[in-house]
Design a binder for this molecule. Structure first.
Ligand code: SF4
Length: 177
């Protein structure tokens, strides 16, 4: 199966990538994360993915789109904000998969126990219907720790917050570090 896997970041891609390749699939990655703030952090996460590609030989497609202003109107609990954020990224992944002739698309967001898993799945199913390309759903979460350990061994940059300006503020991480 020719599978496009949207990569939210390099560490989260490690485990899904490994299992998919082991099972004989032919994944290609897709970096599209305009949620990441600030621009320096966006660049850093993209560079980490390039390092992952260099080490593993993975083929990755990159979009440098950066649109932080979409997050500026949100504050408080993240349900609505994260829904907007997933919607942007899942819709783009589906559209890109369709345009480039992939059989299906999925996302490394499905590995993280910190993400809203059921919402991501629902949006994957929705955009599969809307764009006419299959959504490959899989619960990768049991491999999250294993993937993070491997990412550490590989020396990949591992961020301390989800991505948007609000999650940066909530994490207490220092901007640009
Ligand atoms: S917390 Fe993460 S998923 Fe939610 S809006 Fe921010 S970057 Fe997106």
């Amino acid at each position: 199966m020719k599978l496009l896997i949207h990569a939210c970041c390099a560490p989260c891609l490690v485990y899904p990538w490994e299992v998919l390749v082991e099972e004989g699939m032919e994944p290609e990655g897709f970096f599209y994360n305009p949620n990441i703030h600030p621009a320096e952090e966006h660049r850093r996460r993209m560079e980490a993915l390039k390092e992952f590609a260099r080490v593993t030989g993975a083929k990755i497609h990159y979009s440098g789109e950066f649109m932080q202003e979409r997050w500026e109107g949100f504050s408080g609990p993240g349900e609505e904000r994260c829904a907007m954020c997933y919607t942007l990224r899942m819709a783009k992944a589906a559209a890109y998969a369709k345009e480039k002739g992939f059989d299906a698309f999925t996302t490394s967001l499905l590995v993280s126990p910190y993400q809203k898993h059921d919402l991501i799945k629902a949006l994957g199913d929705r955009f599969a219907r809307e764009y006419g390309v299959a959504f490959y759903y899989r619960d990768f979460r049991p491999g999250f720790r294993q993937g993070q350990r491997k990412a550490k061994e590989m020396g990949l940059y591992r961020q301390k917050y989800c991505g948007c300006i609000i999650s940066l503020g909530e994490s207490g991480a220092v901007e640009g570090r």
